[in-house]
Write a protein that binds this ligand. Structure first.
Ligand code: TRP
Length: 335
């Protein structure tokens, strides 16, 4: 177990935007090409159920996210790419972990506490609208990770507490039943681009300020033209470091392109021209994957096959390990 085993899940709600691509998808795919690394990527559709009650949306999102990762170069031969719900060992392990997980630990979950707090502030019952799914979310996430003995888990800063919880559950289980689980480490890359959205706040669905990843050229250009700038006129020297259009440009540009753009800012480039150059830069990077994406989503059956192949590989690891865990807790054939 000394090789690096990286695992990460993508919740299947919504479709990816440029911020997801720059901050998560692109670095994850790049890392998966490292020969020394073993990578597990999965579509967290059980997690999606916590907040999505629209079956059609969940299905569409699963297809869109799977197609996105494949179109952007994820190699399903090289990594284990699967759907959470195709691995029944995950909910099975969730139960074993639930039985060693302190309820008090879950009470301290930031996401749960924030939901309670919002209820209290609104004068509601503290548990109003809070499902057991939301409460147990970190146990399911721990099962995702521990089932494969992942050593490294790249996540956003908001998920760091969940990794602490996974380590806690792994330790408690190991304490009761012997050394079965590796303690996973969160990999939080603060250098990775957090892209600003159209309005300058972090690009996020909840702010409705995103640039969707798979817009066609024309709507993509239109959306880029909507990025908010200040009212400086053409010819006035401008400050790249306070311009969100520059931050987005910089996230995709090479060092020499960045340098040239900084010079252009100093020389008073017009905002419209910066946006045009950003559009061209994104087109160059995304036009070919976009074509592959469109092809892929028109062949859901082909994607399904890829996911089934991934589930097969995942279960080849999960199923014997789960057998061992069942035996460890005292669940096995009588003889
Ligand atoms: N909770 C993660 C998120 O919202 C998604 C996720 C589910 C995940 N299971 C995981 C991430 C296991 C890493 C490992 O981003």
């Amino acid at each position: 177990m000394s090789t690096t085993r990286t695992l990460t899940g993508i919740t299947t709600t919504g479709t990816p935007h440029l911020g997801n691509y720059a901050g998560a998808i692109k670095p994850a795919i790049a890392a998966s090409r490292d020969a020394a690394a073993e990578s597990y990527f999965f579509l967290a559709d059980y997690h999606a159920l916590v907040k999505c009650f629209e079956p059609q949306r969940l299905r569409e999102s699963t297809l869109a996210i799977a197609a996105s990762w494949l179109a952007l170069g994820l190699d399903p031969e090289r990594v284990v790419f699967y759907r959470q719900s195709d691995v029944p060992e995950i909910p099975e392990l969730t139960w074993l972990l639930s039985c060693v997980c302190a309820k008090g630990l879950m009470n301290r979950s930031h996401a749960y506490k924030a939901a309670v707090q919002a209820n209290v502030e609104a004068g509601e019952d503290p548990d109003q609208g809070i499902s057991m799914g939301l409460f147990n979310y970190p146990v399911l996430m721990s099962a995702d990770i521990l089932l494969f003995n992942a050593s490294h888990v790249p996540v956003g800063r908001d998920q760091a507490q969940h990794l602490e919880m996974a380590r806690d559950m792994a330790q408690r289980f190991n304490h009761h039943y012997g050394e079965h689980f590796v303690l996973p480490e969160a990999v939080i890359d603060d250098d990775v681009a957090t892209l600003p959205g159209l309005d300058g706040r972090k690009m996020s669905k909840s702010y409705d300020n995103t640039i969707p990843l798979w817009l066609d050229s024309k709507p993509l250009r239109k959306q880029i033209m909507r990025i908010v700038t200040n009212s400086q006129t053409p010819g006035e020297p401008k400050d790249p470091d306070s311009a969100n259009v520059y931050s987005i440009y910089a996230a995709f540009a090479s060092p020499s392109q960045r340098q040239a753009m900084r010079q252009a800012f100093a020389d008073g480039i017009a905002w419209g021209e910066v946006k045009q150059q950003l559009f061209e830069l994104l087109e160059a990077e995304l036009a070919a994957p976009r074509e592959r994406y469109c092809e892929l989503i028109s062949q859901p059956q082909a994607i399904e096959e890829i996911l089934q192949h991934g589930a097969h590989k995942a279960r080849a690891v999960a199923s014997p390990f789960m057998q061992r865990l069942r035996a460890a807790v005292g669940i096995s054939a009588l003889q």
